[in-house]
Design a protein around this ligand. Structure first.
Ligand SMILES: *Cc1c(COP(=O)(O)O)cnc(C)c1O
Length: 352
């Protein structure tokens, strides 16, 4: 079976982990954590990194540090992994969903303004399946309405918008290092920011709200959202391969494009987009199946591929259709893209 995704781990990760274990620093102190934080933040052209236990806790930590709380509303795309919305809910705030852009499937900036109310505090653009959001109009809206921007970069490490790395636009940007992400630490995440005060606040909140200068004194209610030194050891080795991984992912995308070109020309499928302003990192090489011309449905195609040893995944469901967030407003683009979309095998171990 050719898997949809698999981690690429080598001797470098192993050597670092052995060093962490032999040193005895296996919990959330040890040299690999600050090294990973500093180097990863720097890679994204940001000043500060705060490593976390996973991408979901990174989002919750960022929202909490920005003071998002009861009664607040946060704009999120309707088409994303559920954790984006859940992190807002954990703050007792309300996620407000916005439809997808038809060309690149991420949040449509033209549909954001109509959802803003006096309670709106922040926007979370999600760089879906490795493709950046259209950041200029999003940042303009945020400035006009004095909203925070928290980028959800869980699927797009190293992607670029107009030549600038995603994750460097928002007040805080959140990453995941889950096993199938662009780089992995097993489980893990990170918040990055250029704001020193926010970084310090997140460090305190990550560690039970403990005062860094007064042991066991807690000024606020925090969490245990720390990353371990063993995870950071893996992350540091992965980070050194990130550019290589991105090049391989772009190579795989090219193979798919060349191979599927005819189907796309005939309108049977829609290929994974890359807008003129974007450098996509193809977390999941994705296509839309246009049933009328293709002849069979998306689900029938997935079944046939499985019979032939090729694993695929359907797109995320639009969040508004699921029980915790059920909502009858129309999100026609997200609904259509979700119904037609599949992720094809995209791991960097793939051969032509
Ligand atoms: C994977 C993912 C997350 C959550 O990351 P975890 O590390 O699994 O908690 C959040 N947002 C998006 C868009 C993701 O793809």
């Amino acid at each position: 079976m050719i898997p949809v995704a698999e981690p690429s781990l080598g001797d470098e990760e192993l050597e670092n982990v052995i060093e962490a274990v032999k040193s005895g620093w296996i919990s959330s102190k040890g040299k690999f954590i600050p090294e990973f934080e500093e180097n990863f933040a720097k890679y994204c052209n940001c000043k500060y990194g705060v490593a976390t236990s996973n991408g979901t806790t990174a989002l919750h930590l960022a929202l909490t540090a920005l003071g998002i709380s009861k009664g607040d509303e946060v704009i999120v795309p309707d088409l994303t992994f559920i954790a984006t919305a859940n992190a807002v809910t954990y703050c007792n705030a309300k996620p407000i969903f916005v439809d997808s852009h038809p060309e690149y499937w991420g949040i449509d900036p033209e549909k954001i303004e109509e959802k803003i109310t006096k309670n709106t505090k922040a926007i979370i653009p999600v760089h879906l399946y490795g493709h950046p959001c259209n950041m200029d109009p999003i940042m303009d809206i945020a400035e006009d309405y004095e909203l925070y921007v928290i980028e959800d970069v869980a699927e797009a490490h190293g992607a670029e918008y107009k030549g600038k790395k995603v994750g460097s636009f928002g007040d805080i940007s959140c990453f995941s290092f889950y096993g199938n992400k662009i780089i992995t630490t097993g489980e893990g995440g990170m918040c990055i920011t250029n704001n020193k005060e926010l970084a310090e606040k997140m460090r305190v909140l990550r560690d039970h709200g403990m005062n860094p200068n007064k042991k066991f004194w807690h000024d606020v209610i925090g969490f245990n959202y720390r990353m371990t030194n063993m995870q950071a050891a893996v992350g540091l080795a992965q980070l050194q391969k990130l550019d290589e991984f991105i090049e391989k992912r772009r190579q795989i995308a090219k193979w798919y494009e060349d191979g599927l070109e005819e189907f796309a020309k005939e309108g049977k499928i829609t290929l994974h987009p890359e807008m003129s302003w974007a450098k996509c990192v193809y977390w999941m090489y994705s296509i839309l199946i246009n049933r009328d011309k293709f002849g069979i449905t998306r689900d029938e195609l997935m079944k046939k591929l499985e019979e032939n040893g090729i694993e695929t995944r359907p797109f995320f469901y639009p969040i508004h259709v699921m029980p915790p967030y059920k909502n009858n407003e129309g999100f026609p683009v997200a609904e259509e893209v979700a119904r037609k979309g599949i992720n094809l095998p995209s791991g960097v171990g793939l051969t032509k």
